[in-house]
Design a protein around this ligand. Structure first.
Ligand code: PLP
Length: 393
């Protein structure tokens, strides 16, 4: 049976990690993989997470099954983090999922069970796994323009005009903040216009919130979730705790589906639970228990907010540092978009050949699209990175 299968090439980013590891040059810089790093290049366990884990070790008295929806405490905390008071709590079905990816996959499962399965509109470009994940689950995807390489900003008019052409009932996938891979987010006025189109066209918003707290703060970053929740009858939100709690490998996320009324919410909840039951039965517990512990305890929560602020500030500092260094090294080239963008990612605007050369000649690693993770920049390596970029321009 298995000899009928074909060998797949390694995932591009995984291949890049391996190549970086085996590169003996010094200095070498990894701007590829999408995890947060501190100034020493480490991806540390947050202090608040360590404290919560110690508490759990002492107090947890059972590892018995929790059920397909996961922890009720975690789910309520995630719902409040996303929606605050923007909607009635009893209209929101919530389940704990294995990361944001699990949330997207379960959402696809629920969408596929509806009578007239809608198409789902995704930005060009979007996170590299959106299409494989949602399309692979069986959904049909359409694209809407998003990033304008000429301005290195939002192609707002083209985006709005594409969304205006979407048929009623279709789903539009939006990134709540820190758009991956561009770092370009709509401003408040643009979000309001996008919401107007969603309302006018009767579209169903699906907000992917993988970076809440990485752009401005927890509330500001959830603006579009809360704004839409006040204006539309139904919507989907996928949340991830991979970045803002640094819980990448523990696989922590939540799927939230706001229904038009509490009765429909119960139906949706039963369907989502069943999708999970028939796919992986139940989510892993540990990471979600840690998040519930942190969000449910004032002191731990304050500590976590402090750490989240530190991560956010470092990303913004590194944006400014790289902007200054590369503007000096490559005078005549405009890199202002680096300081306009938010979160971990930005495009440098290099061609695949230039990306190959910064790697081959300068040991600076990034993915082919020239998307860089700003968390890979440190005060110690920024000059090297800036010189490498300038050398290939
Ligand atoms: C836009 C976006 N959505 C979802 C995810 C999923 O994250 P995870 O499954 O690791 O929680 C990511 C991770 O990089 C992302 O960038």
């Amino acid at each position: 049976m298995f000899d009928s299968l074909e060998l797949l090439p390694p995932d591009a980013i995984i291949g890049l990690i391996a190549e970086y590891k085996n590169d003996g040059r010094d200095p070498k810089v990894d701007l590829g993989i999408g995890v947060y790093r501190d100034a020493t290049g480490a991806t540390p366990v947050l202090r608040s997470v360590k404290t919560a884990e110690k508490r759990l070790l002492e107090t947890q008295d059972s590892k018995a099954y929790l059920g397909s929806a996961g922890s009720a405490d975690f789910n309520a905390a995630m719902r409040d983090l996303a929606f605050a008071n923007s909607t009635d709590k009893d209209r929101v079905a919530v389940i704990q999922t294995p990361g944001g990816s699990g949330s997207l996959r379960v959402a696809a499962g629920v969408i596929l069970r509806t009578k007239r399965v809608p198409k789902i509109w995704v930005s060009t470009p979007t996170w590299a796994n959106h299409r494989p994940l949602l399309g692979g689950a069986g959904l049909t995807l359409e694209n809407y323009p998003y990033y304008d390489p000429k301005t290195r900003g939002l192609d707002f008019d083209a985006m709005v005009s594409a969304l205006k052409s979407a048929p009623e009932g279709d789903i539009v996938l939006l990134h709540a903040c820190c758009h991956n891979p561009t770092g370009v987010d709509p401003d408040r006025a643009q979000w309001q216009t996008i919401a107007d189109v969603v309302v006018d066209r009767g579209l169903i918003p699906f907000v992917d919130m993988a970076y809440q707290g990485f752009a401005a703060d927890l509330d500001d970053d959830a603006f579009i979730v809360r704004h839409l929740a006040e204006r539309v009858p139904q919507m989907i939100v996928s949340s991830s705790c991979s970045k803002n709690f640094g819980l990448y490998r523990d696989r922590v996320g939540a799927l939230m589906i706001m229904a038009s009324d509490p009765k429909t919410r119960d139906v949706v909840q039963s369907q989502a639970n069943n999708v999970v039951r028939t796919m992986y039965s139940m989510p892993p517990d540990h990471g979600a228990a840690v998040v519930a512990e942190i969000l449910g305890d004032d002191e731990l929560r304050q500590g976590w907010l402090q750490e989240l602020t530190e991560m956010r500030n470092r990303l913004q500092d590194m944006r400014r540092l790289l902007h200054r260094a590369v503007s000096d090294a490559a005078s005549g080239h405009d890199f202002d978009h680096l300081v306009r963008a938010k979160g971990m990612f930005s495009f440098l605007g290099l061609s695949p050949e230039q990306v190959r050369r910064v790697k081959a000649d300068h040991a600076v690693y990034m993915i082919n699209s020239s998307r860089i993770n700003l968390a890979g920049i440190t005060p110690a390596n920024v000059e090297h990175v800036a010189r490498a970029i300038a050398a290939v321009l």
